[in-house]
Design a protein around this ligand. Sequence first.
Ligand code: GUN
Ligand code: ZN
Length: 431
Amino acid sequence: MNPTLIRARLLTFTRCPEGPDDDTSYRYIADGGLLIEGGIIRAMGDFATLDATGATLIDHRPHLVLPGFIDTHLHFPQTQVIASWAAELLDWLNDYTFPEETRYSDPALCATMAARFLDRLTEHGTTTAVAYASVHATSAEALFAEALARNMRLITGKVLMDRNAPEGLRDTAQSGYDASAALINRWHGKGRLGYAITPRFAITSTPAQMEAAQALAHAHPDCHIQTHLSENHAEIALACELYPQARDYTDIYARYDLLRENTLLGHTIHLSDREVAALAEARARPVFCPTSNLFLGSGLFDDARLRGAGLVNGIATDIGGGTSYSMLATLAEGYKVLQLQRQRLHPLRAFDWITRGNAEVLGLADRIGTLEPGTEADLVVLDASAPPAMAQRMERARGLVDELFTLQVMGDDRAVAQTYVAGQPCKAAQA
Ligand code: GUN
Ligand code: ZN
């Protein structure tokens, strides 16, 4: 296939920006060219200076091209529990989410929903996702198969849960171990796929299952681990009651050696200083899920405190506790959560976070999250003037950072003109 040359305004980050004026943290090319071949970015530069003989030109001017967005925590079987009326986390899980996830024992349903799930992601500009599947191996199978067919980078894992969940949604320590090991064998490292060992949270795993997760984690150090930590007060109390030997919630995971550099911990809201220090020492990765934390009334993620301890935080939608697939809408709610704590999420940091920053959180910054030559050609094309209300705001835009802030506060899928996965456009309505 011919190489493709994309002409647009280009924006890519080289490190985490320190403030809204930190203009050495990114590269912005006002009339840029990206040369793509075989799903890889081969060159990035001024359009006029790129040698692109034989390439097919796609002109996205005046839109802004960034690396595709990365969502570091969401749930594949929860697309139809978004907007479920519940007082708080444990009611929401028991009354809506667990019953819904039992449906994912059906391979045909899983296949249909996997395609719909990835369509939703890419139409919102998300090109890499770290997703929880259901307890059923078939749900992870279906999601892997669909992502492979699209050549999409995806990390998922079947959830391990052997207690405190309804019939039809429990495995056992042994069956969970066997099913996870088989999935790792079959899918981890295939194409752009990776496996995440996924004990759902301490409440739904017996100590025997935590030992099984530990054994899986030891056997597969390059697999991610994902779980939930310290989201809600009732959850914390129950987790600590179930593991009375543990010093605190974080210590439950530490005791089973589940905290390491490629461990992703959803929420991490109500942590003691000891827990923050333990996470920092393990270099584990907290993940901020603002729309979910607001929707379920879980609490306010203290980004500055965790960063101050040396942690590298991710940001994510947490569909379906979260209420939007859009990483832009996620940034908007993240901004407000941090505003309430007198922390400021400035637009450069925001856009670095959902691209290069989340790639760093996943240990994948050499492959995704930037527009650097040699990395994978996952891109999002943003049009801040597509929705009428944004167009009206944009009439008064004062440069790039102001445009980014408008996208951060008002943006959603309507501002995504196109999404490229491994160099292929995949949003139906082409700009
Ligand atoms: N804790 C355990 N499972 C879940 C889940 O599915 N969503 C959220 N938000 N928290 C959890
Ligand atoms: Zn979650």
